[in-house]
Ligand binder design. Structure first.
Ligand code: BGC
Length: 714
């Protein structure tokens, strides 16, 4: 074996020839035939690639994430129907982001990692955290947020949590996978600044700080080249700049070439649906090595990476005892769910429920009885249990309150039916509405459970618009028309058009595809057992046309080209900079208590690039209930030499304060985090000059302000 050439190809990202691990890997590679190596580089089952049994190297087994460990499937993706593969259903990615709580992200990762380990997986295909560039993206629910800083903090903790169980996180989808329309062909172009400042930071953090062991490439092209054969993304940035030591895995069916993919950074080709020897990384890769198009050193580099991942995971030296569906995992799922729910509106003090006054509740809307563990295309979970909203409410209130249910609408949606696809958003069912109205009239209070579902928001297609589906708007109009005491519980994973609901309903609770314990979490928020503390991870625009990609007509792109014309102005960066009000801004969410922010102090007036600014202020809970507040810190640069968003999130925290309590909150702001990416020098640079810090409870509610000066010269 040509050991000398070993590290040359991918920029020397490996452990440099030292230690037992390195010796073991090299030894193993030395014993393998070329055919055995090639077999390890492509799928041999839905979620497996080959091992080398004679050398004790097992298959590499993976599974989806991110909602929990997916059940075992047959080659046609149908469930195997085992009795051993049920798992905990965790709230969707945007729900996790709505907690703004990195310690919950760690617990999520840890629980998911333990369940993956218990199911014998070396790799879990999670977390997924592409930026929410457009509200219509079918996978918005699966991803985290519209902000790179928030994404990064959550990604790092999720990865660390997963990997402590000797399971590799597979962070996805690298990179710029921000729409499902033509996802397998679309060519994304974005400036270097947008790439570095918006789309890559969370991936970088997950690799550099989180230490992710595997990465999944995205389906789309970036600057004309598929992500699975994109030398710039894979070799230059991921492996060389970030020093990524693990394996790059293609998305399923996302490989398009043999030689280019092999040379440009892909390590394993995964997919489905054709004989495995016909994969690009099967017979044709063997031929390419034999005819000298791909060097054996390049193959060895891939095997090195895979064996390295195996030694961290299935071949780790210490044994791990892991279990599925434990009480602690269910608790984690509940804690995320209850911290993720966002109180959007609470006029007239309807919430928390005043149980002395409420004797009868009409629970209306199919989402009250629907489960969200599965649906649509892509990863779901066979949850051991999932509490529906109706169940949760009955358990919490059923003894003292009469609860009656009416469906009100039918969340029926067949995406393969062209007629249904067109009318799905506009089909009120009059008889169901009439039944719901009757119940609403007779009840003291209505809990209206509407929203999307996992068939409607799905991988593989983007939504057509922000309208409420299934005639829900007509249902809401009719119900609120006969009973003003209507609390809307909207279950969804992405922004919808809530303008009319906002105008006509006194209380709106934003719920997610909220995991095994979702119904308990909703009930506990409504009764006040839990004080809402979730904050929106993305802006809700007043109108779709206001949102950047749509305002600039660069979604879904034209002729398979998607130029990201909004550049760095994604999400609130765009709305703020352009002075466009959103219906609910990024970071927004109400509480049953009132928090006051006072007395901002900075640790100095003048700083240099290596310094850290300490920001302190007083947070007071002025209400009568204990509560958590997401304190948010944004920074603006005045008179910048480059275009800048009006402000950017640079810090957050989530303290809990008892009623009447006050606390001094301290936040660290490294001056280095103020850098912009200079496209001319291809470096991060901290610009000299004055910066303004703003602190508050949402991107639009920032009562505290202070400023400091950064000096660049020594
Ligand atoms: C998705 C991935 C997923 C893979 C395997 C693809 O369609 O994009 O996120 O991990 O399928 O199920």
């Amino acid at each position: 074996m040509a050991v000398s050439a070993f590290f040359a190809l991918n920029g020397g990202a490996q452990d440099k020839g030292k230690g037992e691990l390195d010796q073991w890997i090299r030894g193993m590679i030395g014993k393998m035939t070329l055919e055995e190596k090639i077999a390890m580089l492509h799928a041999k089952g839905q979620f497996t690639s080959a091992g080398v049994p004679r050398l004790g190297i097992p298959e590499l087994q993976s599974d989806d994430g991110p909602l929990g460990v997916r059940e075992e499937v047959n080659l046609d993706w149908s469930p195997k129907g085992l009795s051993t593969d049920s798992a905990t259903f965790f709230p969707n990615g945007a729900a996790l982001a709505a907690t703004w709580n990195p310690s919950l992200a760690f617990r999520y990762g840890s629980a998911l990692g333990e369940e993956s380990c218990a199911r014998g997986k070396a790799v879990i295909l999670a977390p997924a955290f592409n930026i929410a560039r457009t509200p219509l993206n079918g996978r918005t629910y699966e991803y985290f947020s519209e902000d790179p800083f928030l994404n990064a903090e959550l990604a790092v903790q999720s990865v660390r949590g997963i990997q402590q169980w000797h399971v590799a996180a597979c962070i996805k989808h690298y990179a710029l996978n921000n729409q499902e329309t033509q996802r397998k062909f679309v060519n994304v172009t974005a400036s270097e600044r947008a790439l570095r400042e918006i789309y890559l930071p969370a991936f970088r953090a997950a690799v550099v700080r989180g230490g992710a062991w595997t990465v999944m490439t995205a389906y789309n092209k970036f600057r004309g080249t598929y992500c699975a054969e994109n030398a710039y993304l894979l070799n230059t940035i991921l492996k060389k700049e970030w020093g990524f030591k693990g394996a790059v895995i293609s998305d399923w069916g996302g490989t398009h070439s043999t030689v280019a993919s092999a040379l440009n950074g892909l390590d394993i080709e995964m997919g489905t649906g054709k004989p495995y020897n016909q994969y690009y990384f099967a017979d044709s890769l063997l031929a390419a090595v034999k005819n000298g198009q791909v060097s054996s050193a390049a193959i060895d580099d891939k095997i090195y990476r895979i064996l390295w991942v195996m030694r961290k995971t299935v071949l780790a030296k210490d044994s791990t005892r892991a279990a599925l569906n434990t009480a602690s995992h269910i608790r984690t799922s509940y804690d995320i769910a209850s911290e993720a729910i966002v109180l959007l509106k609470n006029d007239a003090g309807l919430l928390p429920l005043k149980l002395s006054k409420v004797k009868s509740i009409a629970v209306i809307g199919e989402n009250a009885v629907r489960t969200f563990q599965k649906g649509g295309v892509g990863a779901g979970v066979k949850a051991k249990h999932e509490i529906t909203i109706l169940q949760g409410l009955k358990e919490a209130l059923g003894k003292n309150v009469s609860i009656r249910y009416a469906a009100g609408y039918k969340g029926y949606y067949r995406k393969d039916d062209p007629v249904d696809k067109k009318i799905a958003g506009h089909r009120p069912l009059p008889e169901l509405i009439a039944e719901a109205v009757k119940l609403a009239k007779e009840a003291d209070l209505v809990v209206l459970c509407i929203g999307g579902n996992r068939d409607y928001e799905t991988e593989g297609e983007d939504r057509a618009n922000l309208d409420l589906p299934f005639g829900e708007q007509q249902l809401a109009d009719a119900v609120t028309g006969v009973n003003r005491n209507t609390i809307v519980v909207f279950t969804g994973g992405a922004p919808y058009n809530l303008n009319k609901l906002h105008a006509e309903s006194p209380a709106i609770v934003w719920n997610w595809y909220n995991g095994s314990e979702g119904g308990h979490a909703v009930a506990d928020i409504l009764t006040g057992k839990v004080n809402p503390s979730g904050k929106l991870p993305f802006s809700f625009p007043v109108a779709l046309e206001h949102s950047p990609a749509h305002a600039l007509h660069s979604f879904p792109g034209d002729s398979l080209e998607a130029p990201y014309k909004e550049d760095i102005l994604v999400g609130y960066r765009w709305y703020d900079t352009k002075g466009i009000a959103s219906l609910y801004p990024f970071g927004y969410g109400l509480s049953y208590t009132r928090f006051a922010f006072e007395g901002l102090k900075l640790s100095g007036k003048d700083f240099r690039p290596g310094d850290t600014v300490t920001v302190t202020f007083r947070l007071k809970n002025k209400g009568s209930l204990k509560g958590k507040e997401v304190v948010q810190l944004y920074v603006s640069k005045e008179n910048s030499a480059v275009s800048r968003p009006l402000k950017e999130l640079k810090g957050f925290g989530k303290p809990e304060l008892a009623a009447g309590d006050a606390r001094t909150i301290r936040m660290s702001l490294p001056v280095a985090s103020l850098a912009f990416f200079n496209e001319k020098t291809m470096q991060w640079e901290v610009e000299e000059g004055r910066y303004t810090v703003r602190v508050g409870s949402s991107s639009a509610e920032l009562p505290l302000e202070g400023s400091f000066f950064v000096h660049n010269r020594k």
